[in-house]
Design a protein around this ligand. Structure first.
Ligand code: DMJ
Length: 639
């Protein structure tokens, strides 16, 4: 309208055109109509988010992007890169070593990954460093929007999936020995006790504080609540605690709020919440679990908007901004965090028909395959900006652990089609065997940590999952390799058992060492605690299923007795501060993984092998069962 004002000494331009008052009015009407039309047209363009950004407030833009990704894959991959956040340095915008042919080849691979398993087959079983926003120019070419045909009308055929399972997922089997059954029932009682107390004192909080009888929220889950509910769902279901499962399900339906705005660990939200919801859906077919998993998955996508596509460790679930942990050197991302998304993200793509989730994790693999590995080993810290290692610390325990686990399980989950994952696992394990596996003076086999070529003769409790993992992978090697790996798995599991057996409580410390005359015992006060962790019983469960050596059930029962004696308190189970005293003090925390993992693995140890059979399921790193993809579950959908 300013343009139409008559300037002194100059006729207004409608007047200059010789228009009278009614004509002027009509002209103005026409002009404003034209302007409205042009403005509206901006919003009809294929990717209008840049224009929207000019007119809408920031938050509205971000949420528009996020919901569009639910409905369109091509929109999603661009929209999640297109949120209005600080931009990454232009120097890092182009991926290193990108060949012109790579994008097409990778897109094909990604489409295959989104279909999950290929042809049907039924063979055998801190400080906010490096705040990173989204910038499509900063993305590697490999995450270009997938072809449109992948977004055809889609429905996951749950009934078909259930029919594809080879074994019933739960239930008693006839003719079992009464002692085994009684032990299983005891573990079921422990689960009920843990749940009932959580429900009574902490429902809706993340964990129960069993001494003070209240709830704990913590700061790992970005304002999400109910970590124990989500982590417990599948265990309650498997143990046939029907009433308790319904209580948990109702909480999810009525109270589980995803519209939160806190800072979350991408890894923890993925393994506990996404994993727990996915497993609950696959076990029960209840749509609420699937819908919540997909909605939450969408909220995690902006964390991948880095120059390499390697996600940062922390994400704000409200704004989508992400950054690295303050303690991670030079703004690096952690191997065990970005390497522990693959299983869940493939399932998110499978259930939604949206390949964006699979694209993100396949890109991580691509970056890892490109970077040079010192002596074949994978260090724990990688720069999400350059895709290079930041520090040469290697560990099969904390910071590294579940990355290796997800390689072998990716292969298993693909019904053994994903040979790339198998090769990565085999190569990584070979390097670990060569450089990190050691034998103590007393004959105990352990896996040391590696700091730039220097060995630290220590194993964390977390590293004790590796006995089970190596046994699981050994099943499918050559005869020589199979035998060697089964022996290694059994030896490591034995060492981890020794770390329990050598303590006064018969529970194991957070870390144990093999130096200065020490054998499988903690040497530092700060490493003497036990926080209800599952890794040792996890290995017992796998070794039992794969060898049927009764010692594993025997060792598992020792853990049950120790938990009852030292960790059970009036209102739940608590971790203890020192495993080397028979009167330990309690840490007042019932971890959610105690219900997800420790009790589930103990229960399965005393079940028949076909309960949650390893032929049908892989367990994510939080022990949430995800199905092996024996077939393609896409349903025919009427367009
Ligand atoms: C769990 O949350 C998972 O097993 C994770 O991989 C490692 N830490 C805990 C249990 O100790």
């Amino acid at each position: 309208m300013v343009l139409l004002r008559k300037l002194p000494g100059m006729p207004g331009w409608p007047a200059a055109l010789g228009l009278r008052l009614p004509q002027k009015f009509l002209f103005l009407l026409f002009l404003s109509g034209l302007l409205t039309l042009c403005f509206g047209a901006l919003f009809l363009l294929p990717d209008s988010s840049r224009f929207k950004r000019l007119f809408l407030p920031r938050r509205a833009t971000a949420s528009a992007s996020s919901s569009s990704s639910a409905s369109s894959s091509s929109a999603s991959s661009s929209s999640t890169r297109d949120t209005d956040l600080p931009r990454s340095p232009p120097a890092a915008a182009e991926p290193r070593h990108a060949s012109p042919a790579a994008p097409r080849r990778l897109r094909e691979k990604l489409r295959t990954a989104a279909r999950m398993a290929g042809p049907p087959a039924r063979t055998a079983p801190g400080s906010r460093q490096q705040v990173q926003g989204a910038d499509s120019r900063a993305q590697p070419a490999s995450v270009a929007p997938p072809a449109r045909e992948t977004r055809a009308p889609f429905r996951f055929d749950y009934e078909r999936f259930r029919r594809s399972l080879r074994h019933p997922v739960r239930g008693e089997r006839p003719g079992e020995d009464p002692e085994t059954r009684a032990r299983r029932m005891k573990i079921k009682e422990m689960m009920k006790f843990a749940w009932d107390n959580y429900k009574q004192y902490a429902l809706g909080k993340n964990e129960l504080r069993p001494l003070t009888k209240n709830g704990h929220i913590g700061n790992m889950f970005g304002g999400l609540r109910g970590a124990t509910v989500i982590d417990a769902l599948d265990t309650l279901y498997i143990m046939e605690l029907e009433e308790e499962f319904q209580e948990a399900k109702q909480w999810v339906e009525k109270s589980f709020d995803l519209n939160v705005n806190g800072e979350a660990s991408l890894f923890e939200v993925n393994i506990r919440y996404i994993g727990g919801l996915l497993a609950a859906y696959y076990l029960t077919g209840e749509e609420v679990f699937k819908n919540k998993a997909l909605e939450l998955g969408e909220k995690l996508l902006p964390a991948f908007n880095t120059p390499t596509g390697i996600p940062r460790g922390v994400i704000s679930l409200g704004s989508g901004m992400s950054w690295s942990w303050g303690w991670a050197s030079a703004g690096s991302s952690i191997l065990a965090e970005f390497g522990t998304l693959h299983l869940e993200f493939l399932h998110l793509s499978q259930l939604s028909g949206n390949p964006v989730f699979a694209e993100k994790v396949m890109n991580i693999r691509r970056v890892l395959n490109r970077v040079e590995k010192p002596q074949g080993l994978y260090p724990n810290f990688l720069s999400p900006v350059t895709g290079s290692w930041v520090q040469h610390h290697v560990s099969i325990g904390g910071l590294g652990d579940s990355f290796y686990e997800y390689l072998i399980k990716s292969w298993l989950m693909s019904d053994k089609k994903d040979s790339e994952a198998k090769k990565m696992y085999d190569d990584a394990l070979e390097a670990i065997e060569k450089h990190l596996v050691k034998k103590s003076a007393g004959g105990l086999t352990y896996i040391a940590e590696w700091r730039g070529g220097i060995l630290d003769h220590k194993m964390g409790h977390l590293a004790c999952f590796s006995g089970g993992m190596i046994a699981l992978g050994a099943e499918y090697g050559s005869d020589e390799r199979r035998q060697r790996h089964m022996e290694l798995a059994a030896e490591i599991t034995n060492t981890c058992h020794e770390s329990y057996a050598r303590s006064d409580t018969k529970l194991g410390p957070e870390a144990f060492r093999f130096d200065a005359g020490s054998e499988a015992m903690a040497t530092r006060l700060s490493e003497r605690y036990y926080i209800l962790r599952p890794e040792v019983v996890e290995s017992y469960m796998y070794l039992w299923r794969l060898t049927h050596d009764p010692k594993y059930r025997h060792w598992g029962w020792e853990v049950v007795k120790a938990l009852e004696k030292h960790c059970r308190v009036e209102a739940g189970f608590s971790g203890i501060r020192d495993v080397y005293t028979t009167t330990p003090s309690h840490d007042n925390m019932q971890q959610s993984f105690f219900l997800a993992e420790t009790l589930k693995y103990l229960y399965l140890l005393f079940c028949e092998d076909d309960v949650l059979s390893l032929e049908d399921w892989v367990f994510n790193t939080e022990a949430h069962p995800l199905p092996i993809n024996h077939t393609d579950f896409k349903a025919a959908v009427q367009p």
